[in-house]
Structure formats: C-alpha cells, structure tokens
Design a protein around this ligand. Structure first.
Ligand SMILES: C[S@@+](CC[C@H](N)C(=O)[O-])C[C@H]1O[C@@H](n2cnc3c(N)ncnc32)[C@H](O)[C@@H]1O
Length: 266
C-alpha cells in the first residue's frame, strides 16, 4: 500500500495523499465525507448517553471526540496512528476545556490497545479506506465493544461500479491514493459480512464533495479556522491549484462520489 506519510515540510503539496493534504497543508480538522452533518446523522444511530464509554478509532485531530464529549457529556477514548495529529488533538481539546472527558492514544486500529468488551460505542470515520486489512479493522472495533453496544462507520462509497480508468484518475489527477480502496455500498457490505457482521445497517447519504462550500466549512471548522484555511489556500499557489483540480474532479464525477453510514449492534 502507498505510504501516506507527509508533514508540513514534505514539499509534496501537489502529490501527497488527499487526506494528508487536507489535514496538514490546508489545515482542516474535520476530515471525512459529509462533515459534521453526516457525523451527527451517524451519532443518532449509536444510542450514546452521558454514561456511555465511547471510542473514536482513527480520530485524526479529535474533532468528533470533542463533538461527542460536548454533546453527550460522556467519556471518550480516541486513538490515531499519527502522533502529530494526536498532539494537535490534545492541544485543541485543552483549548476547549474538554481534557477531563477525552483520553487520546497513539495506536493502530488493527491492534487496539484495549480489552474485549470495554466500550459501549465505537465510531470510526474515513479510516477503512486507509488500511489494507479492513476486515481486521472491523473485527477490532467489534471486539472492544460490549454485547448490546454499537459500532458505526462513515465511509466514502461509490454510488455505482467504477471503471479501472476512473480509479487510475483518482490516483493520478487528485492524488487520492487512499480512495483507490473505496468500494460501492454493496462492496462495503460484503467486507462487513467477511468480518463476521451479519446485521449491518447501511444508510446512504446524499453527499457530494462539491455540496460543501464556505457555509458548510464554517459549520464544521468554525469561523476563525475557516478564515485561516482560506488564507492557507490563497497564499500558496500550489495549494490553490490542487484545490481547484480536486473540486473540478469531484464536480465532474458527482454521479460516483457518495458516502455511507454503516452500523450494527453487537
Ligand atoms: C481521513 S482521516 C479521518 C480523521 C477523522 N476520523 C476525521 O473524521 O476527521 C483518517 C485518519 O485515519 C488515521 N489512520 C490511518 N491508518 C490508521 C491505523 N491503522 N490506525 C489508526 N489510525 C489510522 C490517520 O492517521 C487519519 O487521522
């Protein structure tokens, strides 16, 4: 699998993987399809209460962990393989005064450092596309939730079967190497079945990456961060150019790009 590693000094603005580009060069903190609107829809299916023990797997900068802690007042564990993102998540969480509610871990979704049946709810967004062993990732989430608990994913999903040529373009035109692993809603269903999950619920969301725009960015990132993101884009020609190429590609292929909620109760 492609090495996604990248940092702010990598000089690969034009070529690093799309999620690294969005997180580390553009400066976004909500890095999954559909943004918080989709997250809030997913949360409705997970029955979280103030007493729930929740884990956010592949939490990135911790934005969903913070949303959950604020919304439900419950305790959240959040884990990501990228140490730099966890550093930023800790910083942003302290800034929000939520550090007593959220504990961050650097670790692998394929080998979660938690006991069996430890959590009431597991949530994971835009992670399965990034790991080779998707089945193991699903099984690990299932392992750490209690019987009766819930696990939910939000993943980019093709609305229809795609051609080899399209997948090649995903890589060569927008450098979304991780998206070459995306599949259709039925494809994801098969992956969950292969992981032993037979009671999966799927909610296709009306999502297109071009639906976003300024307003939805403000909703996700807040006004001041949106300004800083805009500044990052405007001040760097390479970033600006890549954003333009990406937006055009998404627009041209809006009949393909979709996203889905995948959830089940153990
Ligand atoms: C597209 S980002 C999504 C981040 C966050 N869930 C969000 O919605 O904003 C994918 C995240 O998966 C993390 N990741 C990739 N492989 C992982 C693994 N094996 N274990 C844990 N995290 C992983 C990346 O570091 C990154 O933060």
């Amino acid at each position: 699998m492609k090495d996604y590693s990248c940092n702010n000094e990598c000089n690969s603005v034009a070529k690093c993987d799309i999620f690294e580009f969005m997180a580390k060069h553009v400066g976004m903190t909500v890095i999954h399809p559909g943004g918080f609107e989709a997250t809030n829809t997913l949360l409705k299916y997970l029955n979280i209460t103030s007493n729930s023990k929740v884990i956010d797997i592949a939490c990135g900068k911790g934005t969903t962990a913070m949303l959950i802690a604020e919304k439900y007042g419950c305790n959240v564990a959040a884990i990501d393989i990228d140490e730099k993102l966890i550093e930023e998540a800790n910083y942003l969480t302290k800034k929000k005064g939520l550090e007593s509610k959220i504990t961050y871990y650097v670790g692998d979704a394929l080998k979660l450092p938690f006991n069996d049946n430890e959590f009431d709810v597991a949530i994971s967004q835009a992670m399965l596309v990034l790991v080779d062993d998707k089945i193991k990732a699903i099984q690990e989430a299932n392992r750490v939730i209690k019987k009766g608990g819930a696990a939910g994913w939000l993943e980019l999903s093709w609305k229809k079967e795609v051609t080899k040529n399209f997948i090649e373009k995903v890589s060569t035109v927008i450098c979304a190497y991780c998206m070459t692993n995306v599949t259709t809603f039925d494809g994801w269903k098969k992956t969950f079945i292969d992981a032993g999950i037979n009671n999966l619920n799927i909610i296709p969301l009306d999502f297109s990456p071009t639906n976003g725009g300024f307003i939805s960015m403000v909703k996700d990132e807040g006004f001041f961060r949106t300004l800083s993101i805009m500044y990052n884009i405007m001040k760097n020609k390479e970033i600006k150019n890549r954003m333009k190429i990406m937006n055009n590609f998404f627009k041209e292929n809006s009949d393909i790009f979709g996203c889905g909620i995948y959830y089940f109760n153990k």
